[in-house]
Design a protein around this ligand. Structure first.
Ligand SMILES: [Fe+2]
Length: 380
């Protein structure tokens, strides 16, 4: 069964915080629940009373610390704190890293009862995709607190190996959340830089879904709607972060982008972003957006309906898109490699690590190492 068929299985609820509190408690009542949510998020969104009520109604295990871009050793540590026996459901409330951690724990939950559980076993299970032998995974419920990840509607999770400089994808149709609550109020206190990075991640999801080799008409329509919303409202929400109606539009844009790339996966921008994040710690969305206009320059001549994409973006050319990106990020971050400490001497290693299977080869135009080198050099 393909992930595309099941990527739309989840119920997506556009929700207020109050509706979510009531619905999630009744869902969890009497069940064995794994909650993945950072303690800092609970504090920021005043969710400690909700957690207390959840703990009163369900048998609750709370994983309360997940850093950005979790490593397989973080997955191992969290598996070690899970009690024996299967969970009835996993609930994730947070950004992409938190939702990806919840998916990873759900996928690898069969390891919890193994006597010889260590981080090598976790790495082996991820790299050899051994979790695919355990399809009766626990249902996942996701509540994104950023507008960008898309993880709440996809069937995969990113797990890193920081030491080994590798990025893994845990992917299985049953990892697509069974339910998702979209609650714009939960995104309203995001700091400006996180708003920018996650918003640009969503834009890349949409643009890459539009031009991906694996794209289709439905993904393209979803992508265009997402692009229009994001280019209109990202600058507005960056200027007035507390404006809830702008946050709502960004949540919609991110959701539509997520639904689009859930069917297509991403392409060259994401593929090139991974070593930028892994080697220089660049936030995921910024790392993807760095090459968006350059990749567009390569792809555009071969796109059948390039006019539609340009119209949705509100630009006439890749150069104008780069201008829009620079203006949108102005005052927050300079979208050039030099601003992140990357120098000419770093490029050849970055190029070598830029070719992720399933991403670079999903780009509509073949990209060579020389192309990546040229793109990155132009962005120094
Ligand atoms: Fe992304």
């Amino acid at each position: 069964m393909s992930s595309r068929q099941l990527s739309i299985k989840g119920t997506i609820l556009w929700s207020s915080p109050q509706e979510f509190f009531g619905e999630s408690i009744s869902l969890a009542k009497g069940k064995k629940v794994l909650l993945v949510m950072n303690a800092t998020t609970a504090e920021r969104l005043s969710l400690n009373r909700w957690v207390e009520e959840l703990a009163g109604q369900a048998s609750l295990t709370w994983i309360d610390r997940t850093g950005s871009n979790p490593d397989y050793k973080d997955v191992f540590r969290n598996l070690k704190s899970c009690p024996a026996g299967p969970f009835d459901l996993v609930m994730a409330l947070g950004g992409g890293s938190v939702i990806d951690m919840a998916k990873s724990l759900a996928a690898l939950s069969y390891l919890v009862d193994q006597e010889k559980l260590d981080h090598f076993l976790v790495l082996q299970s991820i790299s050899r995709k051994e979790y695919l032998q355990f399809p009766d995974s626990v249902p996942i419920y996701a509540v994104p607190t950023t507008a960008g990840t898309g993880s709440e509607v996809t069937s995969w999770a990113t797990v890193w190996d920081w030491e080994g400089k590798r990025k893994y994808s845990i992917e299985a149709p049953w990892l697509c959340p069974a339910g998702t609550w979209i609650i714009p109020e939960f995104t309203a206190t995001m700091p400006q830089r996180l708003t920018l990075a996650t918003g640009l991640d969503a834009l890349c999801h949409a643009v890459e879904a539009y031009w991906a080799k694996s794209s289709n008409l439905m993904a393209q329509e979803l992508a265009k709607t997402a692009i229009r919303l994001i280019v209109k409202y990202l600058p507005k929400v960056l200027a007035e972060g507390a404006h809830l109606s702008y946050r709502k539009k960004m949540c919609l844009g991110s959701l539509f982008a997520g639904l689009a790339f859930a069917q297509t996966h991403t392409t060259a921008c994401h593929s090139i972003s991974y070593p930028l994040t892994m080697t220089f710690g660049i936030e995921h969305g910024l790392a993807c957006a760095l090459t968006l206009a350059r990749v567009m320059e390569m792809n555009l001549p071969l796109l059948e309906e390039k006019g539609d994409l340009l119209e949705a973006l509100g630009v006439q050319s890749p150069a104008e898109l780069q201008e829009w990106l620079d203006q949108t990020a102005a005052g927050i971050v300079r979208l050039r490699l030099g601003a992140f400490g990357i120098r000419e001497k770093d490029l050849s290693d970055l190029v070598t690590l830029s070719f992720t299977q399933g991403r670079m080869d999903n780009n509509p135009v073949d990209v060579s190492p020389e192309d990546v080198q040229r793109m990155l050099r132009s962005l120094l």
